[in-house]
Design a protein. Structure first.
Length: 257
């Protein structure tokens, strides 16, 4: 059984079909990219997967369980984490605080729990220690040590993107949705990001769904790619297959005379 599966997903806004009967499946620990022109329905698909929109039709299946109709926080608890096109971090909190907030759905006792009040051997203290160890691993992994006590609002854009990636990893996801992760990054930051994404695939054994405009990145790291246009599937296949498809060439490079 496929690890993650979308079946016949559709949604309309004001009578216009934004996504029309899109299906795909992703094996465990693969990188699956969705490409298409602006307004083609890519982020709308992510919004349906993560529970922000309820599809008009179709199913979103994680390990056989249908997520449609569940609240976003419930879907996150089931193992779907997400980054956004526009960074959604707490600017007036530190890097560590933002990463700990990514753990909140797994915390039974609340973030600022009784860990300090009840001593290091209480259940809440043990829980807090485990969460901190997991966060420390992410800090090391993403090389954020020197920034841990900095306020996020003071960080350069590329670093903020990394913190958001770290916060998504803090959820211990089974499926990681990356929505335009390289947007606003310079060439060097994009090159680093490609390495991070491959490292996440390797170290965290997580299934990654990627929306990305940078075709070099998409073609370089994806196991499979889905191309859509105006909410409809054009082709799904390997990077080589997708690259050669005439409709993909037309959508990206414009019709040749």
């Amino acid at each position: 059984m496929a690890h993650f599966k979308v079946e016949h997903l559709s949604i309309s806004f004001g009578g216009i079909k934004a996504v029309n009967d899109v299906s795909f499946e992703v094996e465990h620990n693969k990188i699956f990219s969705i490409i298409g022109p602006n307004g083609s329905g890519k982020t709308t698909i992510f919004n349906m997967i993560s529970g922000i929109y309820k599809p008009g039709a179709g199913e979103v299946l994680l390990e056989g369980e249908n997520l449609v109709g569940l609240r976003p926080d419930t879907i996150a608890r089931r193992g779907v984490a997400r980054t956004f096109q526009n960074i959604q971090l707490f600017g007036n909190a530190t890097v560590m605080d933002n990463l700990m907030l990514g753990r909140h759905i797994h915390m039974k006792t609340g973030i600022l729990s009784g860990a300090f009040m009840w001593g290091r051997h209480s259940p809440s203290a043990k829980e807090e220690i485990r969460h901190r160890e997991l966060i420390e691993h992410i800090v090391d992994f993403l090389d954020l040590q020197s920034l841990r006590d900095q306020f996020v609002s003071n960080l350069p854009y590329g670093k903020r993107k990394l913190v958001e990636l770290g916060r998504a990893l803090a959820l211990e996801p089974k499926v990681l949705l990356l929505d335009e992760p390289s947007a606003g990054m310079n060439t060097e930051e994009k090159d680093d990001l490609r390495i991070w994404i491959k490292d996440i695939q390797e170290d965290y054994q997580v299934t990654i769904l990627l929306i990305e405009h940078d075709m070099n990145m998409v073609m370089g790291i994806s196991d499979r790619i889905l191309a859509i246009s105006q909410g409809v599937k054009i082709i799904e296949g390997t990077p080589q297959e997708v690259q050669k498809h005439p409709d993909v060439i037309a959508a990206y490079l414009g019709e040749e005379d």
